[in-house]
Design a protein around this ligand. Sequence first.
Ligand SMILES: NC(=O)c1ccc[n+]([C@@H]2O[C@H](COP(=O)([O-])OP(=O)(O)OC[C@H]3O[C@@H](n4cnc5c(N)ncnc54)[C@H](O)[C@@H]3O)[C@@H](O)[C@H]2O)c1
Length: 255
Amino acid sequence: MKGLEGKVFVITGAGSGIGRGIALRLAEEKARIGIIDLNADGAAETAGMIERAGAMAFSAPADIVSYEAVVEAVNAIEAALGLVHGLVNNAGWDQAMPFLVTDTALWKKIIDINLYGPLNLHHIVVPRMIERGIGRVVNIASDAGRNGSSGEAVYSACKAGVTAFGKTLCREVSRKGVIINTVCPGPSDTPLFASFAGEGEQGARLRAGLEKAIPLGRLGQPEDIAGMVAFLLSDEAGFIVGQTISVSGGLTMHG
Ligand SMILES: NC(=O)c1ccc[n+]([C@@H]2O[C@H](COP(=O)([O-])OP(=O)(O)OC[C@H]3O[C@@H](n4cnc5c(N)ncnc54)[C@H](O)[C@@H]3O)[C@@H](O)[C@H]2O)c1
């Protein structure tokens, strides 16, 4: 894809699942990958995979909920790899349960990670992009934010929020060269999905039900999501602005 080689991309949550898939896909294009993840071991493992494949990576473990920690991490990535061209807000978290049995401590944790985290990243990285007159952001939201998802009320609100936030900021900054789009994965086979589905017979039943409901007959894999993200970050998508795209094997079809 045009416009990825040699560019620096910051990916949050690239120590696992979809974020790792995106990192490896961009590395295939010879992009340079800066990883911000709470899980230092996972982040280092992803960086090692990228380096063994012959591309450059730098891991800056940090909690995206901390503004100061994100500033430090982005500074470290720019010192190691160069100025950031693209940002993928991928880190996310949830603990599924019916809303009426949740408490405010859980709401706060979900909102901190899934909404404040991306706000921090945008606030720190987008001004640097504007300074250079170019930048690309892809936010990983969720079809839960478009259609709802039982057991994920607060998470769904955050994902809808991050989608609307991205459109709004995109309106504010696109003439300064920064383009923001959103990708909504459907149910995808990652550690987060495993914790959502639960273990044992109940988890297997949920998985089988989803496989039946998804027109392609299977859950998504990280590499299913990664191609769309790489495309939106590339020069080939330079006229796609403020859009929200579901990658869900057809479970959701938006007109
Ligand atoms: N798996 C799915 O079915 C699915 C569906 C729709 C959307 N999504 C979204 O895709 C994204 C990736 O999810 P995944 O399924 O790959 O999950 P995952 O749990 O495999 O990976 C998430 C990564 O984010 C990191 N992370 C969590 N909180 C963090 C924090 N505060 N600071 C820094 N890093 C943090 C974790 O350490 C982990 O490495 C998330 O935003 C998730 O909401 C996933």
